[in-house]
Design a binder for this molecule. Structure first.
Ligand code: R5P
Length: 259
């Protein structure tokens, strides 16, 4: 692996713990003004000191994030569909040149295994890996799950492994039972979990804890942080699990105490 690629990856996945807390705020690219992100700056600014990386689109970053921030950017470079249409119909929306202009530490797209446009989204990932390898920019592949699909370890293992075989540098997937099988299927490629729909804080912390115990390198969480009644407390609590090995109970106390 080239020096630049390694350097960018180690800005995201902290070498001291081998773990990372990514904050995902890219939802608007297909959901529009998602609850909590209508005024993205207001929500995200207080969370930035606790995020190891920020997952965001080029439009959102240029609108709402100050260029002076010192947080690695995972740039969402795919889109082209909305919640009103077939979700898997995704294309690459941002050039590698614009990702470099933004100083992205990684680029990302979704892969819809089993979806109507499965092949096209796998091709999107392969294209990003080719471009990323050329310039030393890692690629994070999101294993998107269609509405009618079961999020079990068999499906997520298949989807994650396909992303690994395409050359992705980080896999983002969902937590499920037998999650260690999914991690194993990814070999040496780090795996992070999405948070998914908002659930009670204790449950979200338990999920983060289980994922780390099962071998995940971290979380790439959105709604379970920014839709919490205490987003700063929640990201601090998640960090304490991911980086410090805190128990769920101790992490929950961090969330409660800082209210
Ligand atoms: C979905 O494709 C987006 O990449 C989201 O950023 C991702 O699902 C993570 O956000 P959440 O934790 O809200 O599921």
């Amino acid at each position: 692996m080239d020096w630049g690629m390694k350097n960018r990856l180690s800005r995201i996945i902290k070498p001291e713990s081998g773990h990372c807390v990514m904050l995902a705020v890219d939802h608007g690219y297909f959901q529009g003004p998602t609850t909590g992100l209508r005024n993205l700056a207001k929500t995200v600014d207080p969370l930035l000191p606790y995020a190891d990386a920020l997952m965001i689109t080029r439009g959102a970053i240029r609108n709402w994030i100050a260029p002076e921030v010192d947080v690695p950017i995972i740039l969402r470079v795919s889109g082209g569909q909305t919640i009103l249409k077939e979700l898997s119909n995704e294309v690459i929306t941002t050039s590698i040149e614009d990702a470099i202009r933004i100083n992205a530490s990684a680029i990302t797209c979704s892969v819809y295994i089993g979806g109507e446009y499965e092949k096209e989204t796998i091709a999107n990932l392969a294209q990003l890996v080719d471009e990323g390898e050329k310039y030393g920019i890692p690629v994070l592949a999101v294993t998107a799950v269609g509405k009618d699909m079961v999020r079990d370890s068999r499906f997520l293992g298949l989807a994650s492994r396909v992303c690994v075989e395409m050359g992705t540098h980080i896999v983002k997937t969902y937590y499920t039972e037998n999650f260690s099988d999914v991690v194993e299927a990814c070999g040496n490629v780090p795996v992070v979990i999405a948070g998914g729909k908002k659930i009670p804080e204790m449950d979200a912390l338990q999920m983060a804890y289980n994922a780390i115990s099962d071998g995940a390198s971290g979380v790439d969480m959105g709604r379970n942080i920014f839709q919490s009644d205490n987003p700063v407390g929640m990201i601090q609590a998640v960090r304490s699990i991911v980086h410090d090995g805190n128990s769920v109970k101790d992490a929950y106390e961090i969330y409660e105490r800082s209210k």
